[in-house]
Design a binder for this molecule. Structure first.
Ligand code: ADP
Ligand code: MG
Length: 340
Protein backbone atom coordinates (compact mmCIF):
# COMPACT_ATOMS: atom_id res chain seq x y z
CA UNK A 1 0.00 0.00 0.00
CA UNK A 2 1.35 3.48 -0.88
CA UNK A 3 1.83 6.39 1.52
CA UNK A 4 -0.93 8.22 -0.33
CA UNK A 5 -3.39 5.39 0.28
CA UNK A 6 -2.49 4.84 3.92
CA UNK A 7 -2.14 8.56 4.81
CA UNK A 8 -0.35 10.19 7.74
CA UNK A 9 -2.64 8.82 10.42
CA UNK A 10 -2.79 5.29 9.00
CA UNK A 11 0.98 5.29 9.01
CA UNK A 12 1.14 6.51 12.62
CA UNK A 13 -1.25 3.68 13.60
CA UNK A 14 1.14 1.17 12.01
CA UNK A 15 4.15 2.74 13.74
CA UNK A 16 2.26 2.53 17.01
CA UNK A 17 1.73 -1.22 16.68
CA UNK A 18 5.48 -1.69 16.16
CA UNK A 19 6.84 0.62 18.86
CA UNK A 20 4.04 0.73 21.43
CA UNK A 21 5.79 -0.36 24.58
CA UNK A 22 4.87 1.54 27.73
CA UNK A 23 5.67 1.16 31.40
CA UNK A 24 4.23 2.76 34.53
CA UNK A 25 6.09 5.99 33.87
CA UNK A 26 4.24 6.58 30.57
CA UNK A 27 0.81 8.03 31.40
CA UNK A 28 0.07 8.76 27.71
CA UNK A 29 2.24 7.80 24.72
CA UNK A 30 1.48 7.91 20.99
CA UNK A 31 -1.96 9.33 20.25
CA UNK A 32 -2.21 12.63 22.10
CA UNK A 33 -0.83 16.15 21.54
CA UNK A 34 2.09 15.39 23.84
CA UNK A 35 3.35 12.35 25.69
CA UNK A 36 2.80 12.44 29.46
CA UNK A 37 5.53 11.03 31.69
CA UNK A 38 5.36 10.47 35.45
CA UNK A 39 8.51 10.89 37.54
CA UNK A 40 9.11 8.78 40.69
CA UNK A 41 7.95 11.79 42.75
CA UNK A 42 4.64 11.80 40.85
CA UNK A 43 5.27 15.03 38.90
CA UNK A 44 4.03 14.97 35.30
CA UNK A 45 6.22 16.04 32.37
CA UNK A 46 4.82 16.75 28.90
CA UNK A 47 6.95 16.24 25.82
CA UNK A 48 6.15 16.78 22.17
CA UNK A 49 7.92 17.41 18.87
CA UNK A 50 6.96 19.15 15.62
CA UNK A 51 8.81 19.65 12.36
CA UNK A 52 8.46 22.31 9.66
CA UNK A 53 9.82 21.79 6.16
CA UNK A 54 10.28 24.48 3.53
CA UNK A 55 7.82 23.95 0.69
CA UNK A 56 5.50 21.85 2.88
CA UNK A 57 4.75 24.07 5.89
CA UNK A 58 6.13 27.43 4.77
CA UNK A 59 7.27 29.23 1.67
CA UNK A 60 10.18 31.64 1.94
CA UNK A 61 8.74 33.81 -0.85
CA UNK A 62 6.30 35.24 1.71
CA UNK A 63 7.56 34.03 5.11
CA UNK A 64 10.40 35.91 6.81
CA UNK A 65 12.88 33.84 8.82
CA UNK A 66 11.52 35.51 11.96
CA UNK A 67 8.04 34.23 11.09
CA UNK A 68 9.34 30.72 10.34
CA UNK A 69 10.92 30.55 13.80
CA UNK A 70 7.79 31.93 15.46
CA UNK A 71 5.52 29.56 13.51
CA UNK A 72 7.58 26.49 14.48
CA UNK A 73 7.59 27.48 18.15
CA UNK A 74 3.82 28.16 18.00
CA UNK A 75 3.08 24.57 16.86
CA UNK A 76 5.10 23.18 19.76
CA UNK A 77 3.72 25.53 22.42
CA UNK A 78 0.21 24.77 21.22
CA UNK A 79 0.61 21.02 21.81
CA UNK A 80 1.55 21.68 25.44
CA UNK A 81 -1.40 24.10 25.79
CA UNK A 82 -3.73 21.39 24.43
CA UNK A 83 -2.73 19.10 27.32
CA UNK A 84 -3.55 21.83 29.85
CA UNK A 85 0.16 22.25 30.59
CA UNK A 86 2.75 24.96 31.08
CA UNK A 87 5.47 24.99 28.40
CA UNK A 88 8.95 25.17 29.95
CA UNK A 89 11.88 24.19 27.69
CA UNK A 90 12.48 23.98 23.95
CA UNK A 91 15.16 22.24 21.85
CA UNK A 92 15.59 23.53 18.28
CA UNK A 93 17.16 21.45 15.50
CA UNK A 94 17.77 23.02 12.11
CA UNK A 95 18.83 21.66 8.72
CA UNK A 96 20.28 24.42 6.57
CA UNK A 97 21.01 24.54 2.83
CA UNK A 98 24.51 26.02 2.17
CA UNK A 99 22.98 29.21 0.74
CA UNK A 100 21.30 30.34 3.99
CA UNK A 101 22.85 33.48 5.52
CA UNK A 102 23.85 33.34 9.20
CA UNK A 103 21.82 36.54 9.75
CA UNK A 104 18.70 34.65 8.51
CA UNK A 105 19.30 31.94 11.09
CA UNK A 106 19.61 34.65 13.76
CA UNK A 107 16.27 36.06 12.63
CA UNK A 108 14.69 32.60 12.87
CA UNK A 109 15.87 32.33 16.48
CA UNK A 110 14.65 35.87 17.22
CA UNK A 111 11.18 34.79 16.07
CA UNK A 112 11.17 31.56 18.07
CA UNK A 113 12.75 33.36 21.04
CA UNK A 114 10.16 36.12 21.14
CA UNK A 115 7.20 33.74 21.22
CA UNK A 116 8.95 31.56 23.80
CA UNK A 117 9.62 34.57 26.02
CA UNK A 118 5.94 35.53 25.76
CA UNK A 119 5.12 32.12 27.25
CA UNK A 120 7.99 31.78 29.77
CA UNK A 121 9.67 29.05 27.74
CA UNK A 122 13.47 28.73 27.56
CA UNK A 123 15.41 27.50 24.54
CA UNK A 124 17.93 25.10 26.07
CA UNK A 125 19.59 23.41 23.08
CA UNK A 126 19.17 21.76 19.71
CA UNK A 127 21.17 20.53 16.73
CA UNK A 128 22.49 22.07 13.50
CA UNK A 129 23.08 20.16 10.26
CA UNK A 130 23.49 20.68 6.54
CA UNK A 131 20.39 20.02 4.45
CA UNK A 132 20.78 19.26 0.72
CA UNK A 133 18.23 21.76 -0.54
CA UNK A 134 15.47 22.76 1.85
CA UNK A 135 15.37 24.39 5.24
CA UNK A 136 13.85 22.32 8.01
CA UNK A 137 13.23 23.01 11.67
CA UNK A 138 12.38 20.38 14.22
CA UNK A 139 11.57 21.39 17.77
CA UNK A 140 11.03 19.35 20.91
CA UNK A 141 9.16 20.96 23.76
CA UNK A 142 8.93 20.03 27.42
CA UNK A 143 6.20 21.18 29.74
CA UNK A 144 4.65 20.54 33.12
CA UNK A 145 1.10 19.85 34.18
CA UNK A 146 -0.71 19.19 37.46
CA UNK A 147 -2.28 15.75 37.48
CA UNK A 148 -5.77 17.18 38.06
CA UNK A 149 -5.33 19.69 35.20
CA UNK A 150 -4.25 17.17 32.57
CA UNK A 151 -6.54 17.29 29.48
CA UNK A 152 -6.23 14.19 27.30
CA UNK A 153 -7.95 13.52 23.97
CA UNK A 154 -9.59 10.48 25.55
CA UNK A 155 -11.99 11.99 28.11
CA UNK A 156 -15.01 12.90 25.95
CA UNK A 157 -18.39 11.43 27.00
CA UNK A 158 -21.74 11.20 25.17
CA UNK A 159 -23.79 14.30 26.08
CA UNK A 160 -20.73 16.61 26.23
CA UNK A 161 -20.81 19.84 24.27
CA UNK A 162 -18.12 20.25 21.64
CA UNK A 163 -16.54 23.71 21.98
CA UNK A 164 -14.17 25.59 19.69
CA UNK A 165 -12.26 28.80 20.40
CA UNK A 166 -11.53 31.73 18.11
CA UNK A 167 -11.91 32.20 14.38
CA UNK A 168 -11.01 28.90 12.75
CA UNK A 169 -10.31 28.96 9.02
CA UNK A 170 -8.32 32.20 9.39
CA UNK A 171 -4.89 30.65 8.82
CA UNK A 172 -6.21 28.83 5.75
CA UNK A 173 -7.73 32.08 4.38
CA UNK A 174 -4.40 33.85 4.99
CA UNK A 175 -2.54 31.06 3.22
CA UNK A 176 -4.88 31.31 0.21
CA UNK A 177 -4.16 35.05 -0.16
CA UNK A 178 -0.39 34.70 0.28
CA UNK A 179 -0.01 31.75 -2.04
CA UNK A 180 -1.98 33.24 -4.94
CA UNK A 181 0.08 35.65 -7.09
CA UNK A 182 -3.07 37.35 -8.35
CA UNK A 183 -4.48 37.98 -4.85
CA UNK A 184 -1.24 38.78 -3.04
CA UNK A 185 -1.92 42.55 -3.32
CA UNK A 186 -4.90 42.03 -0.95
CA UNK A 187 -2.69 40.96 1.93
CA UNK A 188 -3.00 44.28 3.78
CA UNK A 189 -6.76 44.33 3.36
CA UNK A 190 -6.95 40.85 4.88
CA UNK A 191 -4.12 41.33 7.36
CA UNK A 192 -6.10 39.71 10.21
CA UNK A 193 -6.15 36.30 8.47
CA UNK A 194 -2.73 36.72 6.84
CA UNK A 195 -1.16 37.24 10.27
CA UNK A 196 -2.87 34.08 11.58
CA UNK A 197 -0.91 32.14 8.96
CA UNK A 198 2.42 33.92 9.45
CA UNK A 199 2.40 34.60 13.20
CA UNK A 200 -0.15 32.25 14.80
CA UNK A 201 -0.96 32.63 18.49
CA UNK A 202 -0.99 29.41 20.53
CA UNK A 203 -3.68 29.51 23.23
CA UNK A 204 -1.32 28.88 26.13
CA UNK A 205 -2.74 31.14 28.90
CA UNK A 206 -6.31 30.48 27.77
CA UNK A 207 -5.86 26.69 28.03
CA UNK A 208 -4.24 27.00 31.45
CA UNK A 209 -7.17 29.11 32.61
CA UNK A 210 -9.65 26.52 31.30
CA UNK A 211 -8.09 23.55 33.07
CA UNK A 212 -7.53 25.49 36.31
CA UNK A 213 -11.13 26.68 36.73
CA UNK A 214 -13.33 24.32 34.72
CA UNK A 215 -13.79 20.62 34.22
CA UNK A 216 -12.50 19.97 30.69
CA UNK A 217 -13.21 16.39 29.64
CA UNK A 218 -11.08 16.18 26.46
CA UNK A 219 -8.99 18.73 24.58
CA UNK A 220 -6.91 18.98 21.38
CA UNK A 221 -5.39 21.88 19.44
CA UNK A 222 -6.46 22.56 15.87
CA UNK A 223 -3.34 21.98 13.82
CA UNK A 224 -4.78 19.80 11.03
CA UNK A 225 -8.36 21.11 10.78
CA UNK A 226 -11.42 21.04 13.06
CA UNK A 227 -13.08 18.04 11.36
CA UNK A 228 -9.91 15.99 11.59
CA UNK A 229 -9.37 16.96 15.26
CA UNK A 230 -12.94 15.93 16.13
CA UNK A 231 -12.13 12.52 14.66
CA UNK A 232 -9.02 12.29 16.85
CA UNK A 233 -11.00 13.07 20.02
CA UNK A 234 -13.67 10.55 19.02
CA UNK A 235 -11.16 7.82 18.25
CA UNK A 236 -9.26 8.29 21.51
CA UNK A 237 -12.48 8.60 23.57
CA UNK A 238 -14.39 5.84 21.74
CA UNK A 239 -17.36 8.14 21.08
CA UNK A 240 -19.08 9.74 18.08
CA UNK A 241 -19.85 13.41 17.40
CA UNK A 242 -22.44 15.53 15.69
CA UNK A 243 -21.18 18.87 14.36
CA UNK A 244 -23.93 21.38 13.50
CA UNK A 245 -23.07 23.43 10.43
CA UNK A 246 -25.23 26.38 11.54
CA UNK A 247 -23.37 26.63 14.87
CA UNK A 248 -19.94 27.00 13.32
CA UNK A 249 -18.32 30.42 13.70
CA UNK A 250 -18.34 32.39 10.44
CA UNK A 251 -15.41 34.83 10.75
CA UNK A 252 -16.07 37.80 8.44
CA UNK A 253 -12.65 37.74 6.75
CA UNK A 254 -12.74 33.97 6.28
CA UNK A 255 -16.12 34.25 4.55
CA UNK A 256 -14.83 37.15 2.39
CA UNK A 257 -11.66 35.30 1.33
CA UNK A 258 -13.58 32.09 0.60
CA UNK A 259 -15.90 34.15 -1.65
CA UNK A 260 -12.88 35.59 -3.51
CA UNK A 261 -11.81 32.05 -4.37
CA UNK A 262 -15.40 30.83 -4.94
CA UNK A 263 -14.90 28.36 -2.09
CA UNK A 264 -17.39 27.21 0.55
CA UNK A 265 -16.46 29.06 3.80
CA UNK A 266 -17.38 26.05 5.96
CA UNK A 267 -14.63 24.13 4.17
CA UNK A 268 -12.11 26.65 5.51
CA UNK A 269 -13.60 26.57 9.00
CA UNK A 270 -13.73 22.76 9.19
CA UNK A 271 -10.69 21.68 7.21
CA UNK A 272 -8.31 24.64 7.45
CA UNK A 273 -5.52 23.68 9.82
CA UNK A 274 -2.86 25.58 11.73
CA UNK A 275 -5.16 27.97 13.54
CA UNK A 276 -3.92 26.53 16.83
CA UNK A 277 -7.31 27.10 18.38
CA UNK A 278 -8.57 24.79 21.12
CA UNK A 279 -11.25 22.17 20.56
CA UNK A 280 -12.59 20.64 23.77
CA UNK A 281 -15.54 18.88 25.33
CA UNK A 282 -17.26 19.58 28.62
CA UNK A 283 -20.79 19.70 30.06
CA UNK A 284 -22.87 22.19 28.10
CA UNK A 285 -23.63 24.48 31.08
CA UNK A 286 -19.94 24.44 32.11
CA UNK A 287 -19.04 25.36 28.51
CA UNK A 288 -21.49 28.24 28.53
CA UNK A 289 -19.98 29.60 31.75
CA UNK A 290 -16.41 29.34 30.56
CA UNK A 291 -17.28 30.96 27.20
CA UNK A 292 -18.34 34.11 29.08
CA UNK A 293 -15.04 34.10 31.01
CA UNK A 294 -12.89 33.51 27.91
CA UNK A 295 -14.53 36.47 26.21
CA UNK A 296 -14.22 38.85 29.15
CA UNK A 297 -10.69 37.88 30.28
CA UNK A 298 -8.99 37.10 26.97
CA UNK A 299 -11.28 38.62 24.32
CA UNK A 300 -11.53 35.10 22.91
CA UNK A 301 -14.77 33.84 21.37
CA UNK A 302 -15.82 30.29 22.12
CA UNK A 303 -18.51 28.48 20.11
CA UNK A 304 -20.58 25.41 20.94
CA UNK A 305 -20.32 23.61 17.56
CA UNK A 306 -21.91 20.28 18.34
CA UNK A 307 -22.20 17.41 20.76
CA UNK A 308 -20.58 14.14 21.62
CA UNK A 309 -22.76 11.09 20.90
CA UNK A 310 -22.30 7.34 21.22
CA UNK A 311 -19.63 5.66 19.14
CA UNK A 312 -22.21 3.83 17.03
CA UNK A 313 -23.50 7.14 15.64
CA UNK A 314 -20.12 7.95 14.08
CA UNK A 315 -18.82 11.45 13.36
CA UNK A 316 -21.30 13.48 11.32
CA UNK A 317 -21.61 17.06 10.12
CA UNK A 318 -25.26 18.06 9.91
CA UNK A 319 -26.67 20.97 7.85
CA UNK A 320 -29.63 23.09 9.10
CA UNK A 321 -32.07 20.76 7.26
CA UNK A 322 -30.67 17.80 9.19
CA UNK A 323 -28.86 16.39 6.17
CA UNK A 324 -25.25 15.18 6.26
CA UNK A 325 -22.60 17.60 4.91
CA UNK A 326 -19.71 16.02 3.07
CA UNK A 327 -16.39 17.85 3.30
CA UNK A 328 -14.24 17.87 0.18
CA UNK A 329 -11.19 17.52 2.36
CA UNK A 330 -11.40 16.73 6.05
CA UNK A 331 -8.17 18.45 7.05
CA UNK A 332 -4.46 18.33 6.57
CA UNK A 333 -3.14 14.80 6.24
CA UNK A 334 0.42 14.46 4.96
CA UNK A 335 0.70 12.13 1.93
CA UNK A 336 -3.06 12.14 1.17
CA UNK A 337 -2.98 15.45 -0.67
CA UNK A 338 -0.65 17.28 -3.01
CA UNK A 339 -1.34 20.76 -1.64
CA UNK A 340 -3.56 22.29 1.06
P1 ADP B 1 -0.14 16.95 16.60
O1 ADP B 1 -0.89 17.34 15.33
O2 ADP B 1 -0.87 17.25 17.84
O3 ADP B 1 1.29 17.45 16.60
P2 ADP B 1 0.32 14.45 15.33
O4 ADP B 1 -0.91 14.29 14.49
O5 ADP B 1 1.55 14.98 14.67
O6 ADP B 1 -0.04 15.37 16.58
O7 ADP B 1 0.69 13.09 16.01
C1 ADP B 1 -0.30 12.30 16.64
C2 ADP B 1 0.36 11.34 17.59
O8 ADP B 1 1.21 10.43 16.87
C3 ADP B 1 1.26 12.01 18.62
O9 ADP B 1 1.11 11.32 19.84
C4 ADP B 1 2.66 11.81 18.07
O10 ADP B 1 3.65 11.77 19.08
C5 ADP B 1 2.54 10.47 17.37
N1 ADP B 1 3.49 10.34 16.23
C6 ADP B 1 3.49 11.05 15.08
N2 ADP B 1 4.50 10.66 14.27
C7 ADP B 1 5.16 9.67 14.93
C8 ADP B 1 6.31 8.87 14.66
N3 ADP B 1 7.00 9.02 13.52
N4 ADP B 1 6.70 7.96 15.59
C9 ADP B 1 6.03 7.81 16.75
N5 ADP B 1 4.95 8.54 17.08
C10 ADP B 1 4.51 9.46 16.19
MG1 MG C 1 -1.77 18.88 18.61
Amino acid sequence: MSLKEIGEFGLIDRIKTIVDRVDDSVVAGIGDDAAVLKSPTGALTLISTDTLIEGVHFDLSYFTYFQVGWRAAAANLSDIAAMGGKPKYLLVSIGLPRTVQPSSVEELFRGAGELCRNHNTIIIGGDTTLSPDRLFISMTILGQVDENHLALRSGAKPGDGLFLTGRPGSAKAGFKILSCQKKMHLKDKYSSVVSRHLLPLPRVPEAQFLVAFFSIHAMIDVSDGVASEVHHICKQSNVGAKISLEKLPQPEDVVAVAALFKDEPNEYVLSGGEDFELLFTTDIDEGEKLSVELRSRFGLECSLIGEIVSVGEGVRIIDPQGKGFQLKQSGWNHFKQDAS
